[in-house]
Design a binder for this molecule. Structure first.
Ligand code: BEZ
Length: 224
């Protein structure tokens, strides 16, 4: 029996690779340069949900670039297929340009390596298609987030931008972001922050929410 590759965990080094894309051959690390990247896969070209997703990412390019994040898509189709489909995506999304690459993983090398194949979604030849995987990789090439969605559920890219905002905020400030946090909203003080360090770390102050346990762990602060 063929064993699946072990999935990457948060904090792992994201592997480098060379691949053909809609804009030519790339070395992933060189392409990233000093940016972050979001690598996201989709089941197949010329499919409806995927078309909405890739159009949405194209429209959000300024938002990704504002955060220093370069998007790159992937499916198990060829470069020629991607190039033809990009015209449909542009037409659907009313886009004048399409400014990120789509990896042509028609041999399924990356799909296997990054455990992106969905055994329940098969193409006309009975081969598994890629699920809707999302990998966010930071400038040090470390995996910061991974999510797998099934083929039948298109992704919410506002949520993905929200996660990027949280990742970038919490890597430099001693806070975590609570449920449904949005940019500018209240943050939670990390449980590891000692009381004596609060004035220095949180000049805007903190609030401790009383709970029955009496443990003062629910501490909020305005977004630093
Ligand atoms: C879609 O993109 O619409 C799709 C692709 C594969 C399976 C289901 C939906």
């Amino acid at each position: 029996m063929k064993m699946p590759c072990s999935p990457l965990n948060i904090g792992d080094q994201f592997p480098n690779f060379e691949a053909e894309t809609s804009v030519g051959k790339i070395d992933f690390y060189d392409w990233m340069n000093d940016s972050w990247a979001i690598l996201f896969s989709h089941p197949a070209d010329f499919t409806p949900v995927c078309t909405t997703e890739l159009a949405r990412v194209a429209a959000l390019i300024p938002e990704f670039l504002k955060r220093g994040v370069k998007p790159i898509a992937l499916s198990c189709d060829t470069v020629e297929s991607h190039k033809g489909w990009i015209e449909d995506i542009k037409s659907f999304g009313k886009l004048t340009s399409f400014e990120y690459p789509i990896i042509a993983d028609d041999k399924r090398l990356l799909a296997h390596q990054l455990s992106m194949l969905d055994k329940d979604e098969l193409n006309a030849d009975g081969l598994p298609l890629t699920c809707r995987a999302v990998f966010i990789v930071d400038e040090k090439k470390k995996l910061r987030l991974s999510i797998l969605y099934p083929a039948t559920t298109g992704r919410n890219f506002d949520e993905i931008l929200r996660v990027i905002d949280s990742l970038q905020l919490t890597q430099t400030k001693s806070v975590a972001t609570p449920a449904d946090w949005q940019q500018g909203g209240k943050c939670m003080v990390l449980p590891t922050v000692k009381g004596e360090d609060v004035p220095n770390l949180f000049p805007k102050g903190i609030e401790t929410i009383e709970v029955p346990s009496g443990k003062g762990y629910l501490r909020t602060t305005p977004q630093p």
